[in-house]
Write a protein that binds this ligand. Structure first.
Ligand code: HEM
Length: 503
């Protein structure tokens, strides 16, 4: 007993801590395989600086600041490099040799699915099964559902709020509306339900989705929690929610299989989906697992981009007018604009979406293991004992790639349409987002219909206006919070617009 006390005496603790700190410094400066790679001193010693930025929801700032200071490859944690040069990002993303980080594999969630699996074979198999359902030819068949749950529903809601206003002008919190709308689009397609949380306020499925998101996130951050006894105790409420969600999904699939109706939605497409190589179809639990992942992947991403697009257009009235003029020169009021006509006739509106995706990518760091045998990046050898993070937000605004990198300047994509390929917001390569066409379908048709039917203004008391500029003369953008996706930090304060019917 005495000896334990001896060891724990404050002086001994201090000595132990000092020895450990000295070892960390010595290792970082003289032994680490990353010792020659540029980067901040503290990041070589500990993951705490990154953790601090993560906790504050400012992780893209950490990556951007370091990229500006140290270049497109830098040490971001003791055994981890941040990658933000386009060629290096492509090299990593283009190959299954750079597996998703170990943390993905530690998540226990219904059935292995396309997003969480680290197994390239399972990923390829799933892509062969469900990839075609998310391709443009298939989405064309589902467009009525996308429009009904998306822009049409949004316009019903906005029209009703405007009708109730005294002067034909309604104050709308658009962040919440886009979030509910995107959720309705993906759940209508995925479960074949007329769910309508935007107009009916139904919240059961939203609560299951929150539990599923938290369950995945918690297990990635603290992997031990997915093991007994934590699974049965701390995580029980979350697992219960996900179990109910699973039962709900399996029931719907059984019902659909028994009915003669062949609806045009993702649920039907997933039931029918067959891997052309193995001829294997998905079980109801696999379909539900994939569908829940699609709901998680396809809600906050699309809705945040729409939110930032409206905000950025209001900060740049010249672009708002240009986009509105383009839409209104082609379409009469109340014409329901479909994706393919928008894609054909509204290149500037599409450019505004790309530019928003470029400077406010919902996702940022994509963590990957280094390929077996290591890799040379920017002239430095990175061994396979290390990991890396592809920083989308930083690559999208890297000054080596983009002129006026931090400016909202949609015309860049009109002048150089091929630059759209350099926007990494949907990732790239072998694990590229399979929902990217659906997201574009939803975002472009929603923005085009809003611009066609409504006049938008900032409220008088807005903090962020075209006149509130930074030292480079650019309007200050509302603050963000990076928590899985990049969303406005104070949506109730900063995401209000005054909406009236088109003049
Ligand atoms: C603007 C909207 C969207 C953005 C910005 C976005 C972005 C991304 C990114 C960056 C990844 C790579 C993640 C990683 O490697 O860890 C990804 C993967 C994925 N996304 Fe999306 N996404 C969007 C919409 C959607 C939609 C609508 C769906 C569903 C239909 C979806 C389903 C998925 C799935 C299943 C994966 C995993 C792919 C894999 O790991 O092989 N996403 N997405």
């Amino acid at each position: 007993m005495d000896s334990v006390w001896e060891v724990l005496r404050p002086l001994n603790l201090l000595a132990g801590f000092s020895a450990y700190a000295a070892w960390r410094v010595f290792y970082a400066l003289y032994l680490s395989p990353l010792r020659k790679v540029p980067g901040p001193f503290w990041a070589r010693i500990s993951a705490l600086p990154m953790f601090y930025y993560d906790l504050m929801g400012k992780e893209p700032d950490f990556m951007r600041e370091n990229c500006q200071k140290y270049g497109s490859l830098f040490v971001m944690e003791p055994d981890k490099v941040g990658v933000c040069g386009f060629d290096e990002c492509q090299l990593i993303l283009n190959s299954h040799a750079f597996l998703k980080d170990r943390r993905y594999g530690q998540v226990d969630f219904i059935e292995p699915n396309m997003f969480l699996t680290r197994d390239p074979e399972l990923n390829k198999h799933r892509r062969r099964q469900i990839g075609p359902a998310l391709n443009p030819a298939s989405l064309r068949q589902m467009e009525d559902t996308i429009l009904a749950a998306g822009p049409q529903q949004l316009m019903v809601k906005w029209d009703s709020v405007i009708a109730q206003s005294i002067d034909g002008k309604a104050h709308i919190q658009y962040f919440e509306d886009f979030s509910d709308m995107s959720f309705d689009v993906i759940t209508s397609l995925g479960f074949g339900l007329e769910h309508r949380s935007l107009t009916n306020g139904d919240s059961q499925m939203a609560s299951w989705v929150r539990k599923a998101t938290l369950l995945i996130f918690v297990q990635m951050v603290v992997p031990i929690l997915s093991k007994s006894p934590f699974k049965q105790t701390i995580l029980r409420p979350l697992y219960n929610g996900v179990d109910q969600f699973l039962q709900f999904g399996v029931r719907l699939i059984e019902q659909r299989k028994m009915s003669d109706e062949r609806r045009k939605d993702l649920l039907q497409a997933f039931i029918d989906a067959e891997d052309p190589l193995s001829k294997v179809r998905m079980t109801p639990a696999q379909i539900t697992s994939e569908t829940i992942i699609n709901i998680l992947g396809g809600t906050d991403t699309s809705s945040n981009i729409l939110t930032w697009a409206i905000h950025l257009l209001l900060l740049h009235p010249e672009y708002l007018q240009q986009a509105q003029a383009q839409v209104r020169s082609h379409f009469a009021p109340n014409h329901l604009i479909r994706y393919e006509e928008a894609k054909l006739l509204l290149p500037f509106v599409e450019a505004c979406i790309y530019e928003t995706m470029r400077i406010r990518s919902p996702g940022n760091n994509l963590p990957r293991s280094i390929a077996r045998g290591g890799v040379v990046l920017k002239g430095f050898f990175i061994p396979d004992s290390c990991t890396c993070s592809v920083s989308i937000a930083t690559c999208n605004t890297n000054k080596d790639m983009w002129t006026r990198p931090m400016e909202f300047y949609p015309e860049r994509f009109i002048k150089n349409p091929e630059d759209k390929r350099k926007v990494l917001t949907f990732s790239a390569g072998v694990r590229v987002c399979p929902g990217r066409h659906l997201a574009m379908w939803e975002m472009l048709s929603t923005l085009a219909n809003i611009l066609n039917n409504y006049d938008l203004e900032l409220p008088k008391d807005s903090l962020f206006t075209p006149k509130n500029t930074d030292n480079k003369g650019q309007p200050v953008i509302m603050p963000y919070r990076q928590a899985i996706t990049c969303s406005p930090r104070y949506p109730d304060r900063d995401c209000i617009i005054v909406v009236s019917k088109r003049n």
